[in-house]
Design a protein around this ligand. Sequence first.
Ligand SMILES: Nc1ncnc2c1ncn2[C@@H]1O[C@H](COP(=O)(O)OP(=O)(O)OP(=O)(O)O)[C@@H](O)[C@H]1O
Length: 245
Amino acid sequence: MVAPPDNDVLWARALHFQHNGSPALNGVSLGVREGEILAVTGPRGSGKTTLLQCLAGLLPAQQGEVWFNSTPVHTMRPLTRERLRRDRFGWIDPVPLLVPELNAWENAALSLMLRGTSRRRAKATALEWLERLDIGGCARKRPYQLVQSERQRVAIARAIAASPTVLFADDPTAPLHRADRTLVLRTLTAAARSHGITVVLATHDADASALADRTVSLLDGRRVHTVQLPPITETEGRPACSLSV
Ligand SMILES: Nc1ncnc2c1ncn2[C@@H]1O[C@H](COP(=O)(O)OP(=O)(O)OP(=O)(O)O)[C@@H](O)[C@H]1O
């Protein structure tokens, strides 16, 4: 085993994964630098979610390596991976999964309380994050009283309040209208940048790539490189295009 480069917080080499015999990742390698916002794009079924799950230790890679800093994740026992996820990683699902019996600040405080933070401190931090995400006024509302974009911002507050080293966001704007998508993406990326949190963001959203530092594209479980052709002048009469190889 060769350790990853020092400046990569996450590093994966030749990842393979099949769901019940159906291939999802076919040898994906990538590095994620500390503090970077990396967008992972690709059409439906291209392997984005599976890649994030392997990087986050939710799915053990069937072949290949995953490293977090200088620790190999692919050889960790399940309990050690659980602890790593709880203490160092945050996760945002496409559809916000909130506890219906808890109000917004209690939901946002959950990840901190799971790490042993006192209820009082967790509440103060959760309220601060809800304010920053422009939903401070919803702090005492139950999830059913919130609209989808507010619920997703509560899920973001929950993931980010515990200051994870890496935040995995799996298509977090999928169920939102365009205006809400932009707002949620901007607040998510701005919050992560202000706290130096590394983000791996799976997305179909073209706006998301614009907010990221770098984009990695997947197709059929493989990385593809998009080559942007230089603009063609109108007099040449051909539309600009890009090639995927
Ligand atoms: N639990 C599962 N059981 C069987 N096959 C699965 C499962 N999860 C994913 N797959 C298959 O693995 C491949 C990659 O799926 P994955 O969800 O990782 O792609 P994706 O790019 O995230 O797709 P989407 O954009 O639709 O979320 C697809 O062919 C998908 O059908």
